[in-house]
Design a protein around this ligand. Structure first.
Ligand code: 1CP
Length: 366
């Protein structure tokens, strides 16, 4: 299905941007760069804007969400905006008792631990989300109107990562309870994953239809899974999420070629499951800093565009050290058909914003 004619991809604004070209496997003259978690914590203008507003409230206030999305694009001249929201926003919108606790992350009013807990959760019809997505659609529309030729990336959390919060009740280290449920009660687990896929898939599709030029699925905690567990208990639900956007296409400015809206898939510490993460339906795979970029490219068969993987710890190192690292990541990325520079995970909150701006300048000069 073609995205609407007013969509930035279909209107020819972002279709040939460096980001979308790279995501489509066509290496642009300069390497595009953006940073996971570029919107938010590390920017003083963000902290100022957020005073007195809770995180989820900020996500659901279109003027705020849009302004926060634009801040890092203006400041750093990155090649993409990432929509300011959170992976738990669609849960909140269907009535799940979740809040984001400062300095901690998403916390549930009640953890989903038993078969009865799962049954109660999945009784909530995912289709009701469609009528609650207004603030998201509004925020995306406002944002892309300001971004012009800079593409916006929409995103969602993958079912496993969301389930890790739902089952544990909040952030956890190894997601033990979630990983136990998949073995002790595979039926409840499957029901939980299927329901979560319907919720998060709708959230992602709404962002793309409203104007996002690419979609990124964050399975941040999938690195805690064995390849067998990933294949059996997680991949089918992630594939289902991507079905919500895989039918969306746009016409290239040549007027004849139709292309799919690109999809990126990323998780932390997922070096052992990179090909599986591509196979659920991604065009681009994000690689975290624990895997050498050229090795990740090799594991993916050498024909998949990649995104990554500056070590976030390097952002606080002396410039000469950081510069050498960025140059090395860039060199390693040449083994792929195309490479989008990014971090191996999110921007640490204490990062000096001037360093990010300097990294963008460096990457554009390479
Ligand atoms: O107090 C604050 O200011 C809240 C901090 C914060 C922010 C700015 C949270 C809480 N979420 C966000 C925004 C956010 N979350 C964005 C948009 C901004 C951007 O990327 O520039 C995105 C893409 C996310 C996605 C997200 N939320 C992920 C996947 C990406 C990743 O970093 O792995 C995950 C795992 C979450 C959960 C979450 N939300 C917030 C925190 C601190 C966490 C992680 C908690 C944990 O360690 O388990």
């Amino acid at each position: 299905m073609l995205v609407p004619t007013t969509h930035p991809l279909q209107a020819g604004l972002t279709a040939e941007s460096t980001l979308i070209s790279a995501y489509r496997g066509i290496r642009p003259a300069t390497t595009p760069v953006w940073f996971m978690r570029q919107a938010g914590r590390s920017l003083p203008e963000y902290r100022e804007l957020r005073v007195g507003t809770e995180m989820l409230q900020a996500c659901l206030t279109p003027e705020l969400a849009s302004e926060i999305t634009l801040q890092p694009v203006r400041r750093h001249a990155v090649d993409a905006g990432i929509f300011f929201s959170d992976i738990v926003v669609p849960l909140k919108l269907v009535g799940v008792d979740v809040s984001i606790v400062p300095g901690r992350g998403p916390v549930m009013g009640k953890a989903v631990r038993t078969a009865a807990d799962v049954a109660e959760l999945v009784a909530n019809d995912p289709a009701q989300l469609d009528s609650a997505l207004g603030p998201i659609i509004d925020a995306v529309a406002r944002t892309v109107a300001e971004l012009g030729t800079t593409p916006l990336i929409g995103f969602a959390g993958a079912p496993f990562t969301l389930a890790a919060y739902l089952v544990e009740g909040g952030p956890s280290k190894d997601h033990i309870r979630a990983r136990t449920m998949m073995h002790s009660d595979p039926e409840s687990w499957a029901a939980l994953m299927a329901w979560t896929a319907e919720i998060t898939g709708r959230f992602l599709r709404a962002q793309v239809l409203a104007g996002a030029s690419a979609a990124q699925l964050f399975d941040s905690w999938a690195g805690s899974l064995s390849p067998d567990d990933y294949a059996r208990h997680v991949a089918p639900a992630s594939a289902r999420v991507l079905e919500f956007v895989r039918d969306l296409t746009f016409t290239l400015p040549d007027g004849t070629t139709e292309a799919r809206v690109p999809v990126v898939h990323f998780g932390v510490g997922t070096g052992e499951i990179l090909p599986q993460m591509r196979d659920v339906g991604a065009d681009v795979v994000g690689i975290d800093y624990r895997t050498r970029l050229d090795e990740g490219i090799r594991r993916l068969g050498g024909n998949v565009p990649v995104q990554g993987n500056i070590d976030p710890a390097m952002l606080a190192a002396p410039w000469a050290v950081l510069e050498a690292h960025v140059r090395e990541v860039h060199r390693r990325g040449l083994d792929a058909p195309a490479h989008v520079m990014n971090l191996g995970h999110g921007v640490p909150p204490e990062t000096d914003p001037a360093v990010l701006t300097r990294v963008v300048e460096l990457v554009h000069s390479l």
